[in-house]
Design a protein around this ligand. Structure first.
Ligand code: SF4
Length: 63
């Protein structure tokens, strides 16, 4: 699965990291979420929940 965070849209709220810490990490310098391990989507199954709960729809998933 491809996971994309649109950093122009992300507001750095940290919700994706709370829901799916194996995949998302909010960078302390940029204040934006970035994908640290895309493969982890497949075995954690939490990427869909992160996408659904992003308040600004910055996360995109592609099969
Ligand atoms: S939930 Fe969305 S807005 Fe919040 S840090 Fe993650 S990608 Fe950014």
């Amino acid at each position: 699965m491809r996971v994309i965070v649109d950093e122009d849209i992300c507001i750095g709220c940290g919700r994706c990291e709370e829901i799916c810490p194996a995949v998302f990490h909010v960078d302390a310098v940029s204040g934006k979420s970035r994908v640290i391990d895309e493969e982890a989507c497949d075995y954690t199954g939490c990427c869909e929940a992160a996408e659904e709960n992003c308040p600004v729809d910055a996360i995109s998933l592609e099969e």
